[in-house]
Design a protein around this ligand. Structure first.
Ligand code: ADP
Length: 359
């Protein structure tokens, strides 16, 4: 075929394209329609040391154990004629293994047939290393917190039991100041025990558990209500609920979420107004959306995100008892189960805690 001389406009366009590629820290590539051949490679060659067309690119650049999932992602993009996007490992020019984020788009002809693919790959090795180091550090920290809170439970319980026992046994023989001190000690030990138990529950919620079965949300709610029956009675509260769906979450975790949200609804009630709590849910697009609504004191707008943080409380322990762990525990459980949790509220009228869980 006779070579057609390039016009000035095409040359300028080609120059601009090269300038873009060289200015970027990415590699730009061109693939055959079925990706069997890498037709060209431009840019900073962190991945490859050639611009030559190469048929064996997958063997050359992708680790054997990663090839099936890289090929599967490519196949999916070819079948759906849609954008290919993947983070995967690559063998770099210097022989070391790195990470890349690769994104390619299909170029189709007038009949919609793929003619070629154009893509760009960034070197994300440093980011991946930092992420892995962070993950390891977090896991170590979680293990540490789990082990310490677990081991602290028993001594805290012993201190509470013995200080209670001392206060009762020697109530008659101790002077007022000694008795007050002992009661203070018992109170502190009891708060410490609650705090340790709550922290232990928080660390436990971070440990991964594979969910293989669905859980009846109604059964979890009934357990939570049973566990809270003393508070419901004491506050003259009412807890009602609509039919609830089955969801993909561990039973004990959903019970903890309900128990914390309803427990809070009973605790943060308006003075002289018996708490009324209603739990409802609807399922949409494979996700169950739960609402726990109360008629309590409500939460000011600027604190609606803040309250989900660890140890974040809006009141001193004098006004309402608590450790500030309940809502952060709920958030942790829900997020570990691929859901979200948030609150809407009107100060003085009540709050509606929303959370989602896959069905
Ligand atoms: P705790 O109840 O132990 O303080 P939580 O993490 O459960 O800790 O809640 C954090 C804070 O959010 C509470 O201290 C309270 O100020 C606020 N809060 C939680 N639930 C409600 C509610 N239903 N109504 C009003 N305020 C609430």
């Amino acid at each position: 075929m006779k070579e057609v001389p390039l016009s000035g406009e095409i040359i300028r366009s080609e120059e601009r394209f090269r300038a873009f590629v060289l200015a970027s820290s990415d590699v730009v590539y061109q693939m055959s329609p079925d990706w069997s051949e890498m037709r060209h490679l431009w840019g900073k060659y962190f991945i490859a040391d050639t611009t030559e067309a190469t048929k064996g690119w997958i063997e050359k650049y992708i680790l054997p154990e990663d090839r099936p999932f890289v090929m599967a992602a490519i196949q999916r993009a070819i079948e759906t004629k849609s954008v290919f996007e993947l983070e995967h490992r690559v063998i770099r020019v210097d022989g070391t293994v790195g990470w890349t984020f690769s994104r390619a788009i299909p170029i189709c002809d007038a009949n919609g047939e793929i003619q070629e693919w154009f893509g760009a790959a960034s070197d994300i090795t440093e980011r991946k290393r930092a992420e892995e180091a962070l993950l390891r550090a977090n896991q170590d920290l979680e293990e540490f917190a789990y082990a310490t809170t677990h081991d602290l439970q028993e001594p805290a319980r012993t201190i509470r039991l013995f200080s209670d026992w001392l206060a009762k046994k020697y109530a008659a023989s101790l002077d007022g100041q000694a008795l007050d001190t002992l009661q203070l000690l018992a109170g502190c030990a009891s708060r410490m025990e609650t705090l340790i138990q709550d922290l232990f529950a928080y660390t436990q919620a971070g440990r991964s558990t594979r969910v293989t079965q669905r859980t009846e949300a109604t059964a979890c709610l009934k357990t939570a209500i049973r566990n809270l029956s003393a508070s419901i009675k004491e506050t003259e509260g009412t807890v009602t609920f609509d039919p609830l769906p089955s969801v993909k979450i561990q039973r004990t975790r959903l019970e903890q979420v309900f128990q914390n949200l309803i427990g809070n609804a009973l605790k943060y009630r308006r003075p002289q107004v018996p708490p009324v709590v209603h739990v409802s849910a609807r399922v949409e697009d494979g996700v169950a959306h739960f609402i726990v609504a109360d008629n309590g004191i409500g939460i000011e707008e600027q604190y609606r995100e803040h309250i989900f943080g660890l140890f974040k409380r809006l009141h001193g322990s004098g006004a309402y008892s608590g450790t500030g762990i309940g809502l952060s525990l709920c958030r942790r459980i829900i997020e570990r189960n691929h859901g979200q949790i948030w609150v809407e509220s009107k100060v003085g009228e009540g709050s509606r805690f929303h959370f989602t869980v896959p069905v």
